[in-house]
Design a protein around this ligand. Structure first.
Ligand SMILES: NC(=O)c1ccc[n+]([C@@H]2O[C@H](COP(=O)([O-])OP(=O)(O)OC[C@H]3O[C@@H](n4cnc5c(N)ncnc54)[C@H](O)[C@@H]3O)[C@@H](O)[C@H]2O)c1
Length: 178
């Protein structure tokens, strides 16, 4: 069923726990080469151990998705390790404590936005150029609140990618963002 994932390279952020970890294990089982990225080194290492124990291929790269240099280094490490970037699951996110809007701490608000919004954008910023060079790739965003943003990004990117644009690429190439 997942033959088409054999040998494919995928970056998964927040792969140390929850949905990211489960996805990493599933891609590992399907024969993909997984780059496990997480803020938490112990959890990330545990995900890698679980994938390799099951016969799959995985590496860990520590990364805070809200830090541009970290995300850039993550994509460089993935290309160094696997030579290509076929898929990305930009999943890392935090819930943040609930609270009344007018009582919410400003620093916490910035933190949630930095991880859940800017972090996803930073991942795409450093993934998409590699994916465009390859031709076809798949991006997945986890956060339900980012759905509208994803659609808008697609709306922005599709015209850029599908119509010849001398400022972007001499040849249009497909990119799926779902
Ligand atoms: N669990 C749900 O019901 C649900 C529903 C809708 C959307 N989501 C979204 O799915 C994603 C994963 O949810 P989950 O429940 O598996 O979360 P989780 O808390 O179980 O796991 C999140 C992982 O991300 C890592 N992480 C946190 N901040 C990070 C950062 N700045 N950089 C890199 N890694 C970081 C954590 O260390 C952890 O390993 C989140 O974006 C969440 O908003 C979850």
């Amino acid at each position: 069923m997942y033959d088409d994932l054999q040998g494919k390279s995928i970056v998964i952020t927040g792969a140390g726990a929850g949905i990211g970890r489960a996805t990493a294990l599933a891609f590992g089982r399907a024969g993909a080469r997984v780059m496990v990225a997480d803020l938490d080194r112990e959890r990330g290492a545990a995900t890698v151990a679980a994938i390799t124990h099951a016969g799959g291929q995985a590496r860990f790269h520590p990364c805070d998705v809200s830090v541009s240099a970290d995300v850039e280094a993550l994509m460089a490490a993935t290309l160094d390790a696997y030579g290509q970037l076929d898929c990305a699951f930009n999943n890392a996110g935090i819930e943040g404590p609930g609270g009344l809007t007018h009582l919410y701490e400003e620093a916490l608000w910035h933190k949630v936005i930095a991880v859940n919004l800017i972090g996803v954008w930073l991942c795409m910023k450093y993934e998409i150029p590699h994916m465009l060079q390859q031709g076809v790739a798949y991006l997945r965003l986890a956060d339900k609140y980012l759905g509208p943003l994803a659609n808008r990004l697609r709306a922005i990117y599709q015209p850029m990618i599908r119509t010849p644009n001398p400022f972007f690429s001499p040849r249009p190439r497909p990119l799926a963002c779902f």
